[in-house]
Write a protein that binds this ligand. Structure first.
Ligand code: URA
Length: 347
């Protein structure tokens, strides 16, 4: 039961990170949760409180892994679009720390990092092997394809990357046109992606492909990459874990090298982890307020928008329209024709 409960908590945490403020919970499910929480409390002492209102809230957070330091409970940050989520407040989902600094200016060497790494890396689960700071590298000269082939070979043979992929699963580098105007940047491979070795091929990927085609493009005409080259390991039967800073720092040089090769006109940061990776850890906080805004990534305009999986979970017409407006802005910025029909989608 503990495993299932932790899996539910993880999924709720993930939804929250994607911006979902509340979820509908049936009375039956609520009763089941209360029973599970009561059983857990009997084992470990007072922890989660499941109120009668239908939401899950919490004043005193439990530590799902009792061996670790206790986690602090927190309320939905009111800085995010001024709203407070009334539905769920979860354990251990403290808002990301304020930005330390923006991404450094372009450097000929990828992977220069002052990132502290190792077993004590903040947030890295106990069951994940330590991750060193990335080793700086420079891309070779040559045409785009030969540079990309070199990079792919490097990533696929990188001992740290390989060490973090589950046996039988694959590392995932970006795909698409090396001459693309638009570079979509997501978070990390999920179950489908680590099986197929390609980014965005699962449910969220199918939605992204639909968005791309609504823009009048084929998937092969854009470039699609991720902050992470591997699916962050987790100890639950399902779901995904958001990567922590040290994991992102290790993979970021590879993402930056892909951007350097493709030289897109526009980068689309899909969700808060992409924003954290591209602009500095912590910058992804408050994405509801930041979406639709433009940043600069080493001279390339980058727009912040929601992750497609957020649309899958929270696909209100309003949110769909917001993402679509971001795509219209991308089309405009890249000089793509926009029909009246396209302008009116999701209105
Ligand atoms: N979500 C991501 O961010 N990237 C993928 O490749 C798949 C799902």
């Amino acid at each position: 039961m503990r495993t299932e409960l932790l899996a539910v908590v993880d999924e709720l945490k993930r939804l929250r990170e994607e911006g979902v403020g509340s979820v509908a919970v049936s009375q039956e499910a609520l009763d089941g949760l209360r029973a599970a929480v009561a059983a857990r409390q009997a084992e470990t002492g007072p922890a989660i409180e499941v109120p009668a209102s239908g939401g899950i809230s919490e004043d005193a957070a439990p530590s799902p892994a009792p061996a670790r330091a206790p986690r602090r409970a927190y309320s939905e940050p009111s800085t995010d679009s001024g709203e407070r989520a009334t539905g769920i407040v979860l354990p251990g989902t403290e808002p990301a720390a304020p930005a330390k600094k923006a991404a450094p200016a372009a450097s000929p060497a990828f992977g220069r990092s002052s990132q502290a790494a190792g077993p004590s890396a903040p947030g890295l689960p106990d069951f994940v092997k330590p991750i060193p700071a990335p080793t700086p590298f420079t891309l070779p000269g040559g045409d785009k394809q030969s540079r990309w082939d070199w990079l792919k070979d490097k990533v696929m043979n990188d001992p740290v990357c390989r060490e973090h992929v589950k046996p039988g699963k694959k590392l995932v580098l970006g795909v698409g046109s090396l001459d693309a105007d638009i570079f979509f940047c997501g978070e990390a491979p999920g179950a489908d992606e680590e099986t197929q070795g390609e980014p965005f091929v699962g449910a969220a990927g199918q939605l992204l492909t639909k968005i791309i085609s609504a823009m009048g493009l084929k998937r092969e005409q854009v470039y699609i990459g991720n902050i992470m080259n591997w699916r962050p390991e987790h100890d639950k039967p399902f779901g995904n874990r958001k990567p922590v800073e040290v994991e992102m720092a290790y993979c970021l040089p590879h993402l930056k090298a892909q951007i350097e090769i493709v030289q897109p006109k526009v980068i689309v940061a899909l969700g808060s982890t992409a924003v954290d990776g591209l602009f500095g850890y912590g910058q992804g906080a408050g994405i509801r307020r930041k979406r639709g805004s433009w940043r600069d990534f080493n001279g390339i305009p980058a727009i912040i928008t929601f992750h497609p999986s957020y649309l899958l979970h929270q696909g209100s017409p309003q949110v769909k329209r917001q993402v679509w407006e971001d795509m219209l802005a991308v089309m405009d910025k890249t000089g793509m024709p926009i029909s009246d029909k396209q302008r009116g989608y999701f209105q």
